[in-house]
Design a binder for this molecule. Structure first.
Ligand SMILES: [Fe+2]
Length: 330
């Protein structure tokens, strides 16, 4: 029963195109946009020659068969019964379709608080996760993939697979739904990095799209229904605060320096928002005003290029006002 539910879930996941005839998905950025971490020639060849090749081969391998009516997930669920041509090219189609989406030229994409907490609980920290993934990728002999995936009992896990296998395949020793995959075939890095797979693996973290990894995470593990779901202004403020506050606590002020005016606007929007009836009180209104004022001060300090110490003090104070609000709303 669990396996059946798992399969149904897989089949409902949003995919670019998950049935015959398989097509090359649109690349949402230019070939040169991931420079200097992934070079433009590699991107061009990887996408237009390798990925495209897997797709053509897969379509040819299953045309005129009943498999044209099956989804890619149904093929994966029984892949051990198929030829190597279907297995390798179906994997090649799916893995690369996922890979392009979890890369981005956008800076400062973030795992949301739920994924961050899960990563912390499972691996200890984001850095430990990166080390584990890099270890899985660097120790994969020959060609293959390293994965962050979600197991059937909703746990995060890290592993690797050979060739174009992936955790969705019945033949794979690691099983689950991948949410981040790193291509460690030489065609993914050789032109720029030659034999230095480690350098490619260090560089790739600069272009990982955590927003997309988070979206994929919540396709499998939905966001819990929170008490603030009907108060979008507080959720918006919290998201901005949590990403900038936790980085600043660790000495990284880049996010708060680039987001202080957004944070201040979100605090003003929160202070003037319609407070849900369940939380209305004179105390809440008063703390919301203080929060907006402190966020404004914080933004001014950032714009004046004040010291990190002063910025941290204002950020701490903003954070404390926010927690007073949460406390009052209990
Ligand atoms: Fe590849």
């Amino acid at each position: 029963m669990k396996n059946l539910l798992f399969l149904i879930l897989l089949m409902t996941l949003t995919q670019a195109h998950s049935q015959y005839p398989y097509k090359l998905p649109e690349l949402k950025y230019g070939y040169a946009d991931l420079e200097p971490f992934i070079d433009s020639t590699t991107m061009y060849i990887h996408y237009n020659k390798h990925h495209s090749g897997y797709i053509n081969n897969l379509n040819n391998a299953i045309k005129n068969s009943v498999d044209t009516a099956k989804s890619i997930f149904e093929l994966f669920a029984n892949i051990s019964k198929y030829s190597d041509a279907v297995r390798n090219n179906a994997g090649g189609f799916y893995n690369h379709s996922l890979f392009w989406t979890i890369l981005t030229p956008e800076k400062n994409t973030q795992a949301d608080q739920f994924l961050q907490e899960d990563i912390q609980k499972t691996f200890g920290s984001m850095d430990s996760l990166k080390k584990l993934l890099n270890k899985a990728a660097s120790s994969r002999f020959g060609s293959g993939w390293a994965w962050l995936y979600i197991t059937a009992d909703n746990k995060l896990a890290v592993g690797s697979s050979p060739n174009q296998d992936n955790p969705l395949m019945d033949a794979s020793p690691i099983k689950g739904i991948p949410i981040l995959g790193i291509d460690v075939w030489e065609h993914a890095y050789y032109l720029k990095y030659q034999n230095r797979r480690g350098d490619y693996l260090s560089a790739i973290w600069n272009v990982i799209n955590w927003n997309e990894v988070t979206r994929r995470y919540h396709e499998v593990i939905p966001k819990p229904k929170g008490k603030f779901d009907d108060w979008k202004e507080i959720l918006n403020f919290h998201e901005l605060l949590s990403t900038s506050f936790h980085s600043a606590e660790k000495g990284n002020f880049a996010i708060i320096k680039s987001q202080s005016s957004k944070l201040s606007s979100a605090a003003q929007a929160l202070a003037s928002s319609k407070i849900p009836n369940a939380f209305k009180s004179p105390q809440i209104t008063s703390i919301l005003k203080s929060l907006a004022s402190e966020a404004k001060t914080l933004d001014k300090l950032v714009k004046k290029k004040s010291s990190d110490k002063k910025i941290m003090k204002a950020l701490n104070s903003t954070h404390e006002f926010f927690h007073k609000i949460v406390e009052e709303c209990k």
